[in-house]
Design a protein around this ligand. Structure first.
Ligand SMILES: [Fe+2]
Ligand SMILES: [Fe+2]
Length: 394
């Protein structure tokens, strides 16, 4: 608190730098469980302090998992086998399924990318930033491009994580299924990249917090941590985010693209729930506690720290403080709604795999996440059901 007060004596650029350092410190000290800190800490330093995700090409991470071979090819999980069959049948070709010749005008109010209340321009004005109609439309375009760029970077993480998990899991039916997911993720990288590049013309760098999570699960040697990180946390949140955007956007190509992607992602999260539900039952108490804490900390990291500083740096650095921007993004209605939908998807899955124990309930309650506990988990929702529900809600 005192440190925060003292920073007001500094020039703004330095003040923003100190704000960023204090925030990093806060993220790292927020993690209470020492084992979680030990596994997340190095990724936190690489992402938040060294900004590894932003240092050009390539970013290298080292894998530590073991590939699990089985020369007897067992049929060991009928539900995973059924998912594999469904996934094979539902492959789609983005070249023929999506109307890439649609001309997208990010400034067309009839086909707007996001709801107009997504950003609260009144709240920006209260912070001394007055934008005319054209600038507002440009800012919404930036914000959309930022979100889709983060989806794209997340998809690249999902592509590599799915490949690692396919090697590492012990279920043979899971490996076959996993191969379809690798293909799905490649297609997602392809379509998001093409949309961002051809239709929005703007690609943002990876957000540091997203980098931290991807780095942590790529480097963790334990297959179930990769699973938990990617199939449940990142994919679960992404599914919520895709759903919100699907509901909001009036741009037909983006909507169609999301409709296809959501149906693939629903299978991915379903697989995550199947694989982890049984596995977590066999863990020792201390191993399970570590995973409960890890999931909770990562959920908070994603909720509190996904703050579009990349948009701030481009638009407002020098015009408002980083801290004001943080308050603005935290409070703005569109981002609030995003966070809500994201967690309404994630929390039921965490419950289903047994990671919201009695011990954790007060912590979920304290941060306002307990309200999502009774939702349907991914093994009860298929992609079509999810789309139908979103269409009804829209
Ligand atoms: Fe994906
Ligand atoms: Fe996925």
């Amino acid at each position: 608190m005192e440190a925060t007060k003292l920073t007001f004596l500094l020039p703004e650029r330095m003040r923003n730098q100190v704000d960023a350092w204090l925030e990093t410190l806060e993220v790292l000290t927020e993690i209470k469980d020492p084992r979680v800190l030990a596994s997340m800490g190095p990724s936190g330093v690489r992402g938040l302090v060294l900004h590894r995700g932003k240092q050009g090409v390539p970013t290298k991470t080292r894998a530590h998992h073991a590939a699990h071979f089985d020369w007897t090819y067992p049929s060991d999980n009928p539900e995973m086998r059924a998912l594999y069959t469904r996934a094979k049948r539902r492959q789609w070709d983005s070249d023929t399924k999506l109307a890439w010749d649609t001309s997208v005008d990010p400034y067309d109010p009839e086909k707007r990318l996001l709801d107009e209340y997504f950003l609260d321009f009144g709240a920006l004005e209260a912070r001394g930033i007055k934008l005319d109609a054209k600038e507002r439309a440009r800012l919404v375009h930036s914000q959309t491009a930022w979100m889709l760029s983060q989806f794209l970077h997340g998809e690249q993480g999902a592509l590599f994580a799915a490949a690692q998990v396919t090697e590492a899991v012990q279920f043979f039916d899971g490996k076959l299924y996993g191969a379809t997911q690798v293909m799905d993720e490649a297609r997602h990288v392809e379509v998001f990249h093409r949309y961002v590049e051809e239709k929005l013309g703007k690609l943002y760098q990876i957000n540091d917090n997203l980098f931290v999570i991807i780095d942590a699960l790529m480097t963790d040697a334990r297959w179930d941590m990769k699973f938990l990180g990617m199939q449940i946390m990142v994919e679960g949140l992404a599914l919520g985010a895709f759903g919100t955007l699907y509901k909001q956007t009036r741009e037909p190509l983006l909507k169609e693209l999301l409709r296809y992607v959501i149906q693939d992602e629903a299978r991915h999260v379903h697989y995550g729930v199947l694989a982890l539900r049984d596995h977590f039952k066999q863990l020792s108490d201390s191993e399970r506690r570590e995973r409960e804490d890890w999931a909770f900390e990562v959920a908070l990291l994603m909720r509190n720290r996904f703050l579009a500083y990349e948009v701030y740096e481009e638009w407002f650095e020098g015009r408002m403080s980083r801290r004001d921007w943080r308050e603005f993004v935290t409070e703005t209605p569109g981002m609030k709604q995003f966070r809500q939908t994201m967690f309404s998807r994630l929390v039921p899955n965490l419950r289903e795999i047994g990671l919201v124990s009695q011990r954790l309930i007060p912590r979920y309650e304290k941060v306002g996440l307990l309200q999502y506990m009774n939702g349907l988990a991914a093994d009860r929702l298929d992609g079509e059901g999810m789309i139908a529900e979103l269409d009804r809600a829209a």
